[in-house]
Design a protein. Structure first.
Length: 198
């Protein structure tokens, strides 16, 4: 009798276990979908400390200074939320980072593929790499490498590096010599530190 009861209990236990297993298979727990990082985090209060180096025509640093970019507040333009910094007005869209200059301009396409090209303002932008290690005073970061060629600059190429979830890492500004009118990189901006609000 005891053996019969024990066998019966064992059968019930196995049956319940198999039912429980079926329920798990029919209702699997799906992982939370990953949220894609924006190219430049734009929460109010975000700060980036930038080292600014001034270069001569040979690429030598003639002087340096430090600057700060900070997200000051948000605003609504044409029904969309934009963020005002002490430098410019920005907005992240599904296709990348936009700047407001009387109208929206896509400055950094994101996400993108290496080799992609597009126009922004008076420049043609080529995406050289989407996963390039780039070193600045802050350290080494994985970056999108954007190369800009402006109209009427005799082929001068400006290299900008931006890290998803961090923002600007380094970028350049060019000018032309008054004698030869040849363009060269005259200013280089590099990330020193940053602080992001949650």
């Amino acid at each position: 009798m005891n053996k019969f009861i024990t066998g019966k209990l064992l059968f019930v236990f196995i049956l319940l276990l198999s039912i429980s297993s079926c329920k798990k298979e029919n209702n699997p727990v799906m992982p939370e979908p990953e949220q894609r990082q924006v190219l430049m985090p734009l929460s109010i209060g975000n700060i980036w400390i930038i080292k600014v180096s001034f270069l001569d025509t040979l690429g030598n640093v003639t002087s340096t200074q430090f600057d700060t970019m900070k997200v000051l507040r948000d605003t609504t333009i044409e029904g969309k939320q934009w963020y005002i910094t002490n430098w410019d007005i920005y907005r992240n869209e599904p296709d990348g980072l936009y700047i407001w200059l009387t109208k929206p301009h896509l400055i950094y396409k994101y996400p993108a593929n290496a080799g992609d090209t597009y126009r922004t303002g008076s420049a043609t932008v080529k995406i050289v790499s989407t996963n390039e290690n780039h070193s600045v005073p802050y350290g080494t970061l994985k970056c999108y490498h954007y190369q800009l060629t402006y109209d009427n600059t005799n082929g001068y190429k400006q290299n900008n590096f931006t890290s998803p979830g961090v923002g600007y890492v380094s970028w350049e500004s060019g000018t032309n010599t008054q004698i030869t009118h040849k363009f060269y990189t005259s200013i280089r901006y590099e990330l020193v530190s940053y602080s992001l609000k949650k």
